[in-house]
Design a protein around this ligand. Structure first.
Ligand SMILES: NC(=O)c1ccc[n+]([C@@H]2O[C@H](COP(=O)([O-])OP(=O)(O)OC[C@H]3O[C@@H](n4cnc5c(N)ncnc54)[C@H](OP(=O)(O)O)[C@@H]3O)[C@@H](O)[C@H]2O)c1
Length: 239
């Protein structure tokens, strides 16, 4: 049965590829980008595919997100919190760790997930019909975190980004527990080291492979596995 995705940060990288593949699989995608005018690849993809709806959405702006959520009529099966920012791979003394950059990383990678989940939560709870409620067909939340946030894989670079991704995984765990009574499953995912603007050209996984793996993992997520932290290839990850 066709599903409806909402994907943040869908204009490039892993988000764009997840959008492309989900639409190719026959699913509906609400593809969000904070600057639609500059999202040329996404706009082109949208022209080729009626299953994709474009929405202008900045995950750090909760007020506008709530407004957008109020205007959307459809239910969401899989809410993908993908938007993310990395302020370089430097260490403690790197100039890239100035307060504005740190603010952007924390607001996007942590608060952005929280705002997205809170804004679109009403669309995940399927209360339109009694039969849907009884069938357990509830939406789920996929949070794109990173292995760089794992305490067991601590490293000497990008400390602010690492901390933000540790928090993203932690947020997934908290939301999993809070939303379990409402049958909404939540998972945290590491997409691999992916050849995107963020991952760089030397990364070992293509966006296509990462997106395909992630979509397959989201399909498997259910209330029995809620709170999971795993990679795009299904490897269970240490917190
Ligand atoms: N690539 C990797 O190796 C890797 C590894 C582990 C985890 N991840 C995670 O995977 C996710 C996707 O990464 P990627 O590699 O595809 O990165 P990317 O190519 O740099 O794309 C990041 C996306 O996030 C969007 N974004 C940033 N701030 C936003 C905001 N405030 N509101 C809405 N959208 C915003 C960007 O939009 P703009 O174009 O407007 O900036 C862009 O669409 C991120 O959460 C990242 O941390 C990536």
């Amino acid at each position: 049965m066709s599903k409806t995705f909402l994907i943040t940060g869908a204009n490039r990288g892993i988000g764009l590829e997840m959008t492309r593949q989900a639409a190719m699989n026959g699913d509906q995608v609400i593809a969000c980008a904070r600057n639609i005018k500059e999202a040329t690849d996404l706009v082109t993809l949208n022209k080729e595919n009626e299953a994709i709806t474009l929405i202008s959405l900045d995950v750090t702006d909760e007020n506008s997100m709530k407004q957008i959520a109020a205007e959307i009529q459809c239910k969401i099966d899989i809410l993908v919190c993908n938007a993310g920012v990395l302020n370089g791979y430097g260490g403690l003394e790197d100039d890239a760790h100035h307060s504005q950059a740190i603010h952007a990383v924390l607001m996007t990678n942590i608060a952005g997930i929280f705002f997205t989940a809170r804004s679109f939560l009403p669309h995940l709870v399927k209360k339109n019909s009694k039969s849907e409620e009884q069938s357990g067909a509830y939406g789920k939340i996929a949070i794109i975190s990173s292995i760089m946030g794992s305490q067991k894989r601590a490293g000497s670079n990008a400390p602010i980004y690492r901390a933000s991704k540790a928090a993203a995984t932690n947020l997934a765990r908290s939301l999993a527990i809070e939303l379990a009574p409402r049958s909404i499953a939540v998972g945290a995912y590491h997409p691999g080291w992916v050849r995107t603007d963020m991952g760089g050209p030397s990364a070992d996984v293509s966006p296509q492979e990462s997106a395909a793996g992630l979509l397959a993992r989201f399909d498997k997520l259910n209330i029995a596995s809620t709170g999971i932290y795993e990679s795009y290839s299904g490897e269970k990850l240490p917190f």
